[in-house]
Design a protein around this ligand. Sequence first.
Ligand code: AMP
Ligand code: MG
Length: 411
Amino acid sequence: MISCEAPGLAPVDQALATLLAGIVPQQRTERVALADAAGRILAETISSPMNVPPAANSAMDGYAIRAADVQQATELTLIGRSMAGHPFDGCVSAGECVRIMTGAVMPAGADTVVMQENVTLPQEGTVAFAQAAKGGDNVRAAGEDIRHGQVLFSAGRRLRAADTGLLASIGIDSVMVSARLRVALLATGDELVEPGSPLADGQIYQSNSFGVGALLRRFGCEVTSMGTIEDCEAALRDAFQRADALADVVLTTGGVSVGEADYTRDVLESLGRMDFWRLAIKPGKPFACGRLRSSLFIGLPGNPVSALVTLHQLALPMLRKLQGEEAVQPVRLPAKAAAMLRKRPGRLDLQRGIWSLADDGGVQVIPTGGQSSGVLSSLSEANCFIVLEQERGRVEPGETVTIELFDGLLL
Ligand code: AMP
Ligand code: MG
């Protein structure tokens, strides 16, 4: 643990590993209807109780045959039909065929479907085939999509739209998921005013609860915004205690930087176990994490860009683990810097960038204007992070850099 007294800054990956090691997944689960399950974190392992499709069926509108009967141009006797939902209940014997529609169950005895475009009907009850059929053509095998007993999803998966369709296809109509994390959000700072009220001299509008709250809701949390808390020991103590009582996670912005009024630290340390980090990250750096009586405490920096970047890069991996979700790898790709990128060695820099396709088809990236941690428009205009390694210095146009595509949470 590197505290704020220690010299140097903690490398981000090491800090994150330490932070994650301290998280114990919560055990609260609930059953939800499948229609409400997309985006939720599965809390059970699901094996299929059946084959999908449950029976072999036709992939085409046509005729079900025995391939051995159609090895050259030939005619077969039509003995019935198999429609979707209305299977043929007889058996196809040598010299016979059955009219079949897409999705209809293959009749017993038949092994192949010939498309209707490839036959003629010379007379009532007779079907003429012009060429040899290949055994198994146009038949979807039972269990082709999912086999009986197959593990479909493990606990920890964030269910996607297609997943809920797959679960429906095996007859499941509800699933056990992790309870949503309850997050209490507090902004600290005497200079802050809620939007909608007039600004006095020296005041600014409180914006963090909006950006941070929106991202957390999209992530799946139940967010309670507790407004702005003034920089005063009694007010902070009272707010932290109220937040602790109602939430799984107490998340604050501001008030954790070095030189910030010390009572934030004193109050936090008196209420629980707290670590104050100085991270080798830009934007970011000050970051607090610990436990209050009954909740996880995360203190994000106050600068609006720093708050969102540290939320996304550090707090979300912790919240994923807390809610039993598997780790998610961000999508990082090489790109060509199409402009100079200012950077000094010493901190991992997550600059805000715009990637696009260059004329040669490669991926290129430019920064979104001012990269100061207070310039929130730089994040609003961006579609990716430009991830500049801790030891890297200034980047010249044409150099290759790593970009991290924004996920659906940041867009
Ligand atoms: P702090 O971490 O409290 O020192 O705040 C760093 C900077 O972020 C200061 O310029 C604050 O005014 C600003 N800031 C802190 N909290 C917020 C907030 N909720 N909304 C907008 N700006 C903030
Ligand atoms: Mg402050």
